[in-house]
Design a protein around this ligand. Structure first.
Ligand code: NAD
Ligand code: UDP
Length: 324
């Protein structure tokens, strides 16, 4: 049996963090979930609260905290464009100061620390698909920069703590991920389309819908994070984690309408500034080093997500920031 560890998950109440906490508690680890609940709510982790191996700390990761742990997954950061653009300076602080705090903790405790980075470090990419060696095309002064550049600076900090201080780090570059427990008002495309379809509202397609994304199901992604944390120490990363099946946003809208059986229609809205036109991961590295490939196809994952959205009482959810 794998040795049991004390594991900190920052952003552990969020969409990905809550599922990661569940998986780690199931494996028998002692899990500390740290979150300030900016974009999440306690209901995501409610079933874990009574578990003896689970502990919740309400805390902002930009402020110092002392904990003794063996591993840290650093997920604290708003991830949806509407959320991270709401208070861009805070977003940058969360990535940069948050990384400094978890890296300092990892250095002091000799803990292993994994950073949830993003495909956004590639910006609006000029090559397709994007391998980890691609350096990206990010606008440093645009509305998405607080997130993109914050995550790039975090990667820099992780690599410098690794090279200078010997901290055992991992960097995962996560591509668009969806699934049950997404915040229904996070403004991301899948949650928007499903919510709109189920409520009989028009599906808001930004631009002409020809831009692409490659959508990974939550469970596949979290499995990739756990494998990366367990990988041999030379696999610092960055490692792309995502589903390479690429769809246009127009195709996604049609699929959601088909799978929900909704009579809604699509309506065009302006394309947000700097919206990347294409995005698809090259996952050769994750395949060869982690023996990881996503198993859940978009159609199947959407069906599971739609089923979860149908059970929701939307009145229980407060939009963290104004909707698009
Ligand atoms: P999410 O918004 O659901 O979760 C983020 C969590 O971090 C929330 O619970 C939020 O309250 C918390 N948080 C935010 N700022 C904080 C702070 N200062 N201190 C403490 N907690 C704070 O988003 P998610 O989709 O679960 O994303 C998790 C991580 O994965 C993020 O770092 C994100 O950048 C990264 N990521 C996600 C995706 C995706 O498609 N879901 C893609 C790329 C990268
Ligand atoms: N999008 C859309 N309608 C929406 C929300 C988003 O057409 O209601 C588009 C958005 O312009 C982008 C893609 O869907 O091209 C993915 O957006 P999301 O916010 O989910 O994630 P991103 O990859 O842009 O961070």
């Amino acid at each position: 049996m794998a040795s049991l560890k004390r594991i900190l998950v920052t952003g552990g109440a969020g969409f990905l963090g809550a599922h990661l906490c569940r998986r780690l508690v199931e494996q028998g680890h002692d899990v500390i979930c740290l979150d300030n609940f900016f974009t999440s709510q306690k209901s995501n982790i409610a079933p874990l609260l009574s578990h003896p191996n689970f502990e919740l700390i309400r805390h902002d990761i930009t402020l110092p905290i002392f904990l003794e742990v063996d591993e840290i997954y650093n997920l604290a950061c708003p991830a949806a464009p509407g959320h991270y653009q709401f208070n861009p300076i805070k977003t940058m602080k969360t990535s940069v100061l948050g990384s400094i705090i978890v890296l300092g903790m990892a250095k002091r405790c000799r803990a292993k620390v994994l950073q949830a980075s993003t495909s956004e470090v590639y910006g609006d990419p000029e090559i397709q698909p994007q391998p980890e060696t691609y350096r990206g095309a990010v606008n440093p002064i645009g509305p998405r920069a607080c997130y993109d550049e914050g995550k790039r600076a975090a990667e820099t900090l992780f690599m410098d703590y690794h090279r200078r201080n010997g901290v055992n780090v991992r960097i995962a570059r996560i591509f668009n991920t969806y699934g049950p427990q997404m915040h229904p008002y996070d403004g991301r495309v899948i949650s928007n389309f499903i919510r709109q379809a189920l409520q009989g509202e028009d599906l808001t397609v930004f631009g002409d819908g020809s831009q692409t994304r490659s959508f990974c199901y939550r469970d596949d992604l979290v499995e990739g994070l756990i494998r990366l944390m367990a990988a041999p120490d030379d696999l610092v990363g960055p490692v792309n984690l995502g589903n390479p099946d690429e769809f246009t946003i127009g195709q996604l809208a049609e699929l959601v309408l088909e799978l929900t059986g909704s009579a809604s229609r699509t309506v065009s809205r302006p394309l947000p500034e700097d919206d990347p036109m294409r995005r698809r991961p090259d996952i050769t590295l994750a395949k060869t080093r982690l023996d990881w490939v996503p198993k859940v196809a978009l159609r199947e994952g959407l069906l599971r997500t739609i089923e979860w959205f149908r059970t929701l009482d939307l009145a229980q959810y407060r939009p963290p920031t104004p909707l698009y």
